[in-house]
Design a protein around this ligand. Sequence first.
Ligand SMILES: Nc1ncnc2c1ncn2[C@@H]1O[C@H](COP(=O)(O)OP(=O)(O)O)[C@@H](O)[C@H]1O
Ligand SMILES: [Mg+2]
Length: 536
Amino acid sequence: MKKKVAIGLLGSTLDKGFGNKRWERWRPSVSVCQQPDLLINRFELLYQSRSEKIMQVLVDDIQQISPQTQIIPQAMQFENPWDFEEVYEKLYQFAITYPFKPEEEDYLFHITTGTHVAQICFFLLTESHHFPGRLLQTSPAKDICGTYTIIDLDLSCYDRIAARFRQELKNDISFLKSGIDTANPQFNLLIEQIEKVALKTTEPILLTGPTGAGKSLLANRIYQLKKQKQLLEGNFIEVNCATLKGDQAMSSLFGHKKGAFTGAVSERPGLLRSAHQGILFLDEIGELKLDEQAMLLRAIEEKRFMPLGSDSDVSSDFQLICGTNRDLGKKVQRGEFREDLFARINLWHFDLPGLKERPQDIEPNIRYELKKYEEKTGIHLSFNQEAWQDFLNFALSPQAFWKANFRDLNAAVTRMGTLANGGRITKTDVAEEKKRLLLSWQEKSDQHGLKLLQQILPEDEIVQLDLFDQLTLEQILQVCVHYSSLSKAGRKLFSISRSRKKSINDADRLKKYLEKYGITWDDILLLKGVAGTHIF
Ligand SMILES: Nc1ncnc2c1ncn2[C@@H]1O[C@H](COP(=O)(O)OP(=O)(O)O)[C@@H](O)[C@H]1O
Ligand SMILES: [Mg+2]
């Protein structure tokens, strides 16, 4: 039989008792040693020095009713027994220094005495096994000895509670993944982190990643998850900043007063106010103009802003989620995006990988698209076996760029589903679809022969440039790849004007020109390997 050791705090109220009357009152620490079927061999009683007197009486009384119990008073000083941090810290110190011998002794941690804070700390330390034993709860009953319960947190009923939490976490993660059983470790880790952040914070979240990677969908799912958990009451307001043009941009976002400008016939609350207590999703945030950026920064920092034509602030409290497929850091360098706003929205930054970086997830996503197609059209869609292998092989091959990511996958399945007879996709359907996909990827890349530019800037940045700039840049890059340094390339490119200049600064001129497009000489060095050119 292992020795039974009780460890508990002296209760300055419940354990108090002087004079003969004390024997008529239930005192929890006494009752621990009064249970007929529970022999306590040792009782470690933690007490505060101001309770010294209560302690003396208690030790004598316990000695009297249970002579076999050895009582060890342990002084423990709490400045403030209601201060969670302090109590936890001191009990934790006790836990890690006490010479527990669980093979020889059976520990019972008495939780009936002490402040609620102390009781919670006892619970936490026992649950984390810093207190290697079970909880002991005593309670008053008709009989002066009262009763007791031993609570083993490792027992299955408590395990079930823990399992319920684990299941809930799994459900949340699966919800964020739209129920798609993805296997890419990087993506899964990302979603786990997003789940935690989504439930714990109302700070801004930045979602980046290539077009079609699922930013908009994820923003919406975060909202749904928070809504399910009753973490917010308002709406999900989604705005694509690229569509906010000119004067309308300010008024769409921040609202206006009646008569603020010609055409402002009635008051408009603006999207920020519509998102009050909810989520504002600003997609393509990189497209927001500098004036709106300044207003937005104030709106998220102070939760206040001024509608157009108004002379007083209004307030709105929302969580901001931003999406972009552009490199905001580069936009900051170019002076197109406010650094302070970037810092503010960049607190939680999640970069969603493209489909090509998630080869393990292509198969479950095709299945998901099939299911979605069926839900939408009511037609059960499937591949015959050969067709399935063909499509999968193609989808995973280096040929398949999946430039628009899930959008491409979704389009491919929709097209095959529409063309397939009787909801059965055949080898021929797949062959046709392969051609269509390859053509669509090629069309974008081959336009105007922008070979080098395409390797250096993402497609969606290129299309933001005038054709004039696209062509000029491509030609300049064609020259740069032949030179081993900025100055050598600069000397070639500026050979006429340099002779007229007092000081020579070709390298700097070229560097500045490239910087305008967020291109560095390092980017060009990488191109050289690809271009396989003759270097001067
Ligand atoms: N993880 C995903 N799995 C499958 N389909 C997805 C996933 N994420 C997004 N989609 C689908 O792909 C399309 C593009 O997603 P979207 O969120 O609009 O991308 P983004 O905002 O990054 O451009 C939508 O039809 C969406 O339903
Ligand atoms: Mg989007």
